[in-house]
Design a protein around this ligand. Structure first.
Ligand code: SF4
Length: 313
């Protein structure tokens, strides 16, 4: 077992030698966030993957995120340090189910949350993230939009558009964000009346209604920089709090539930990241037809808006 300092030095050295870039999602372990070239949400990391001239992308996130980086970079090597980092919510909507709903509702367009399998994306009209779901759905030229796999994000988005949204499957959910509950949120608000309360739209509608601010991890992060509040209650995976605390050392960040941890996101470690760079493992490989079709849906999203990237160092 190598020491942390030793590992950090080795990762930085080999990263330079191989012209690699490390992308880390906001839910990664603190030490992975700290060594990454870019930290962000799915949309920011997709944009970064689309723009980088690095030869190797090491993606510290769950597999669908690394797949999106591969879809946008067919000529680059995209690696994921632990190939078991899968998203249980993405698995709730296999491609066969997307095809089934397409046949059932031929009049509707299909928008998939980026938290979906690459093969499922190949059968949809557009991809979105929690940061741009309203904008993407408003761009669909149909009155009815099928949206999956997160039914909570579907409900949240429907409140902000004139479209009728049908969640596919009807009750898809994130097993981490479903852990927050309204009573606990209200108890925390009462205990800390000066706090600004934030929630991710993957939380239930009751939890979102108890929050002062609802948004993607990038929007919550930006709100924490913008706000004058000195205390925040945050209802999302606890990894985001590390980034917030680094940026706002004058403020206190309280997790709305401290066991809201995505074990899949936390599978990546410094040791695995180092081994990934050394052995160039595990490459993300997708069938060419999936790459082509899913890319059209992802590019539709990327045309929608510009999101500034956040460089960590
Ligand atoms: S936090 Fe939820 S949606 Fe995100 S990767 Fe984990 S299980 Fe999937």
């Amino acid at each position: 077992m190598r020491s942390t300092t030793d590992l950090i030095e080795k990762i930085q050295k080999i990263k330079m030698e191989k012209r690699a870039i490390i992308l880390a999602h906001n839910y990664q372990r603190p030490e992975i966030q700290d060594i990454a070239d870019f930290v962000g949400d799915s949309l920011e990391l997709s944009l970064c993957a689309a723009q980088t001239d690095a030869e190797i992308i090491v993606f510290c996130g769950v597999k669908f995120m690394a797949e999106t980086a591969a879809i946008l970079n067919p000529d680059k090597r995209v690696l994921i340090p632990d190939r078991n980092a899968l998203c249980p919510m993405a698995a709730m909507l296999p491609a066969e189910l997307v095809k089934f709903y397409r046949e059932k509702h031929p009049e509707a367009k299909i928008v998939l949350y980026i938290n979906s399998l690459a093969e499922a994306k190949a059968y949809c009209d557009a991809v979105c993230t929690s940061a741009n779901s309203v904008e993407i759905i408003n761009r669909m030229d149909s009155e009815i939009v099928l949206f999956g796999p997160d039914s909570n994000l579907a409900g949240y988005t429907e409140n902000s558009t004139d479209k009728r949204i049908i969640p596919i499957p009807p009750f898809g959910f994130c097993p981490v964000h479903i852990l927050f509950n309204r009573e606990e949120m209200l108890r925390l608000k009462e205990a800390y009346p000066d706090a600004e309360v934030m929630a991710h739209p993957e939380c239930t509608s009751e939890v979102c209604r108890a929050a002062d601010f609802v948004g993607s991890t990038s929007k919550m992060y930006k709100e924490s920089l913008r706000s004058d509040a000195k205390r925040f209650i945050v209802a999302t995976e606890t990894g985001l709090l590390h980034r917030m605390r680094k940026a706002r050392r004058d403020a206190v960040f309280i997790p709305a539930y401290d066991e809201a941890v995505c074990v899949n996101m936390k599978l990546h470690t410094l040791e695995k990241l180092y081994l990934s760079l050394v052995h160039e493992r595990y490459p993300v490989v997708l069938p060419s037809w999936v790459m082509k079709k899913a890319r059209e849906a992802v590019e539709f999203m990327l045309e929608t808006r510009e999101t500034p990237l956040t460089k960590t160092h």
